[in-house]
Design a protein around this ligand. Structure first.
Ligand code: BG6
Length: 490
């Protein structure tokens, strides 16, 4: 495949914000350093604050300070960045922006390509999209793409409104909805492990798999995001997007080809096959929790309800455990357990595929238990794939013991792992939407999640119900216990 470095003017709305400084500028820098961006690019930072170009470039240099790469002069990199103070309501600002993009397009020879990145709260997405279109800013000669961040709506209805506003100015195939989990190397590995190994695909179904467990736990609390989080909660913040995306990748059928449409079509089918539940049955499938005070590494921690911006009587969940059932031939009867929470014992992102037990244990009389085979894909803290098997013990007798075979990315030759945002920016610049979320996925996942949030909103929970620094509420374990399963360790 011939590889062309992309050419574009990238317009970042929210250019002084946290996401831009922490993720976007360092990711653009890495792409630049790794030769994935040519000199033919320019970035226009758009935000309210009245900064000079020099201030802005100093911010950029600060955000890439940690790299300290002797081969790259930070000033050269920063010279691609330009600042444009902006009022999203003022139409004349869009006209000036358009003229400025044209100027940079000519200067950097970017072939008329424009990438708009909305790295800000979604309240203004609709206004910005409408104004970009009405003022002709999207009427360019090259390609036009739009990247947007979550939250993509608060429920199905608001997501649909937001989508309609954006679709007014951009077609579906121009819209790149970020789910940063899809940019993680180990999450992308799900597909490769499944479809590039003769060993797994024949076993990847309800004949051989007992259950699948997906964990994304954090030790941090809500920190400074209390105001946002209290309106959102773990269900909307994590389950509707990241967790359901991982479930889709684990459960999808092999795509006909590795192209965005075929892959997304298969993921959409999984979401369509989720077993429907009604509000009265929610407790059988979903558990919610909220953290109380506690201690991590000897440090005293406050309760969720004591955080800034959080209602002292809040009914918002900071933990969710769920059991998804997928009603299709491949998966009927196999629970997909999912858990996510803040202030848990460990920061971990991990998938465990538990295979079914053998019909008999030939080693039982010798007192040996046979553990189930597990395939573990870990994205955090380490990037690892582990296969848990049973093998002979090292003594004179034929007895068995559990062993693990593993691949640890940090010891691999190609151990460079690009940041999720770096991967996703690169994909978007190349017009590859595979690892972005299609509207149909957003719509289906919200429709499912709305049932749970409606049930929870109308019903106050006995919160707080787990201590900071633990594995979540007891009910999260009982959810699996009811089926004779248990969570594999955190
Ligand atoms: C974000 C959520 O989407 O994902 C945060 O809004 C959460 O609340 C974060 O902390 C977790 O991402 P990661 O990559 O650290 O697992």
């Amino acid at each position: 495949m011939t590889y062309h470095t992309p050419k574009a003017v990238i317009i970042i709305f929210g250019a002084t914000g946290d996401l831009a400084n922490r993720k976007l500028y360092p990711s653009l820098y890495r792409l630049y350093r790794n030769g994935k961006l040519s000199e033919n690019f320019a970035v226009i930072g758009v935000a309210r604050r009245p900064l000079t170009n020099e201030d802005f470039r100093n911010n950029i240099k600060k955000s890439i300070e940690e790299f300290n790469d002797p081969h790259i002069n930070p000033d050269d990199f920063a010279s691609h960045f330009h600042y444009n103070p902006f009022d999203v309501q003022d139409l004349t600002h869009y006209q000036k922006l358009n003229a400025f993009i044209n100027e940079l397009d000519e200067k950097h020879e970017t072939d008329g390509n424009r990438l708009f990145y909305l790295a800000m709260a979604p309240n203004f997405f609709g206004t910005i999209a409408a104004n970009l279109k009405s003022q002709g800013v999207t009427n360019n000669t090259g390609w036009t793409r739009l990247i947007i961040e979550k939250p993509f709506g608060h429920n199905f209805e608001t997501a649909q409104q937001l989508n309609n506003q954006i679709r007014h100015a951009f077609d579906e195939d121009q819209i790149y909805r970020i789910d940063h989990y899809l940019g993680k190397d180990m999450i992308q590995n799900i597909e490769v492990v499944r479809f590039a190994n003769a060993l797994f695909e024949p076993l990847w179904n309800n004949h051989y798999i007992s259950n699948i467990q997906v964990t994304s736990s954090e030790t941090l609390g809500v920190e400074e995001r209390g105001r946002y989080y209290d309106e959102s909660g773990a269900l909307r913040d994590m389950v509707q997007n990241h967790m359901l995306q991982m479930v889709s990748l684990l459960a999808m059928e092999p795509p006909a080809r590795l192209n965005p449409d075929d892959i997304r079509y298969e993921k959409i089918k999984v979401l369509r096959s989720l077993k429907e539940i009604n509000e009265n049955d929610v407790d059988q499938y979903f558990v919610r929790g909220q953290y109380d005070r506690g201690e991590i590494n000897g440090k005293e921690l406050d309760a969720y309800r004591e955080s800034n911006g959080v209602d002292p009587d809040s009914n918002t969940e900071t933990y969710v455990a769920a059991k998804f059932m997928i009603d299709n031939f491949r998966w009927a009867g196999v629970p997909f357990y999912v858990r996510t929470g803040k202030r848990m014992a460990k920061k971990s992102t991990e998938i465990v595929i538990q295979f079914k037990d053998l019909p008999i244990n030939l080693y039982k009389e010798k007192g040996d238990t046979i553990d189930p085979n597990l395939l573990v894909i870990q994205a955090h803290p380490d990037e690892k794939i582990t296969l848990h098997l049973n093998a002979k013990k090292g003594d004179y007798d034929t007895t068995s013991k559990p062993i693990t075979m593993y691949y640890d990315k940090k010891h691999a030759e190609d151990s460079y792992t690009p940041e999720a945002y770096e991967v996703l920016l690169n994909d978007c610049l190349h017009g590859d939407s595979t690892n972005f979320v299609h509207w149909d996925e957003v719509a289906l996942s919200w429709k499912y999640i709305d049932i749970i949030s409606n049930a929870w909103e109308g019903n106050k929970a006995a919160f707080p119900n787990y201590t900071s620094g633990t594995c979540g509420p007891k009910a999260g374990d009982e959810l699996l216990g009811a089926n004779g399963h248990h969570w594999w360790k955190l």
